[in-house]
Write a protein that binds this ligand. Sequence first.
Ligand code: MLT
Length: 262
Amino acid sequence: MSSVTTSSLQHVRQGNAGPVLLFVHGFPLSHQQWTAQISEFAKTHQVIAPDLRGLGTSPLRPGQTKLTMEDHADELATLLDSLQIREPVIYAGLSMGGYIAWQMIHKYPERLRALILCNTRVVADTPEQAEARFQLAEKTLQLRSPQAILDVMLPKLLPPKVNPAIVDAVKQMAHQATPEGLAANLHALATRPNVTSMLPNIQIPSLVISSEFDTISPPSEMGQWAAMMPKARFISLPGIGHITSMEAPELFNQVVRENAPW
Ligand code: MLT
């Protein structure tokens, strides 16, 4: 595995043949969320897994205090440019990685060959949810720590009986980011748009993966919007919470291999 520093996002690149497969992580995580997928799919694909701006090891740009999902899509396009990747890519995004996918589809459709949309949503935050995120951002800046985010989010990200090593990995990823990076990303989450009206027009072959115990993006909600996408296949994994790629990596990989939308 090679970890590369460029003026654009920090990222891992592995595998040198086959289609490009871009793995985009959730909040408050990093590319390490995809560790089990990077090693598996590098056997058959050119895998790229960035740390999103302000998360993991990708620092905010100088003076940056707020981000949007569109900013993240622009950063991903810049990363692909810097790697001289001109061919359309398979885009796999989980949760916030999915929120960014909608902006990629909107702004850079020619760069997308297929989509794997995992544990994600199409609606915006309610005003109450957005306000709670802004307050969490304030608290994170005051405490200079991701602790307030972890207190609120860990019970939603992972089910109670999950392997403690996964809890530790999630904490470690959140602690890699700076308080400013976390706050800027909370702004992106709170201000993301409702994209429901886009769905019937998305002609990109898509695999939509949900899971039984996901309370952030429940399977009933995901099934409803997946049915509005003309070329989407919907699958719900039993007995798993929100971060499917980490909680059930082998099942996740098998489902992607067997239902590959490319
Ligand atoms: C994520 O996993 O990216 C976040 O939980 C998404 C969210 O809080 O809406």
